[in-house]
Design a protein. Structure first.
Length: 194
């Protein structure tokens, strides 16, 4: 039986939220494994994804062309707001029929679009953890769904610049490290020395 997207997102949210709650304000300017993002801009990107994919679950359009600075808008309450938005994301994808049919301007299967949200909610917390030295581990069942997504969408994502070129998988790599390498991340990336 295939696990519903809402259940996979709930498990990913439950892994991501402790990390987000623990992020220190003084780390917001730190570099991340995503060269174009520091911690603050990556959090704003993740916020934007979480909100946009709520709309896609409801068969509404989402505009990803401009990323709002939600951390500035919400001030000291941004962590609580992120928690609320991820709850809304899970609820949207748990709604009856959310996994069925197609959604979004690319007219992709809804299950594929939901897996894209799952990818962001799994990989970006790792980026944040690596940038700040905090612990993070993904949910195993979600990883299996993401391996399927990477296999199906990886070439297109690389062509459009969403993923970087695959990184060689180190010997003894875990399934998660292989997934990270497939998205163009160095699974052994570490914070620059101070």
């Amino acid at each position: 039986m295939t696990t519903r997207t809402g259940d996979l997102l709930a498990a990913a949210r439950d892994r991501a939220l402790p990390l987000v709650r623990a992020l220190p304000d003084e780390a917001l300017d730190a570099p991340t494994p995503c060269a174009e993002y520091d911690v603050r801009s990556l959090l704003n990107h993740l916020f934007h994804v979480v909100v946009g994919f709520q709309a896609l679950a409801a068969r509404e359009e989402a505009d990803f062309s401009v990323t709002p600075d939600r951390l500035s808008v919400y001030g000291d309450a941004w962590r609580a707001r992120f928690e609320k938005e991820t709850e809304l994301l899970v609820d949207a994808w748990a709604a009856p029929g959310a996994d069925e049919g197609v959604t979004g301007s690319m007219n992709l299967p809804a299950r594929t679009v939901g897996a894209m949200a799952l990818l962001d909610l799994t990989v970006h917390p790792w980026d944040l953890a690596r940038a700040t030295g905090l612990p993070f581990s993904p949910h195993d069942e979600g990883l299996r769904a993401l391996e399927e997504l990477l296999s199906a969408m990886g070439p297109t994502a690389r062509k459009t610049g969403v993923f970087g070129a695959p990184v060689p998988v180190p010997a003894g790599a875990t399934a998660f490290e292989a997934l990270l390498a497939g998205t163009g991340r160095d699974p052994r990336w570490s914070r620059p020395a101070a």
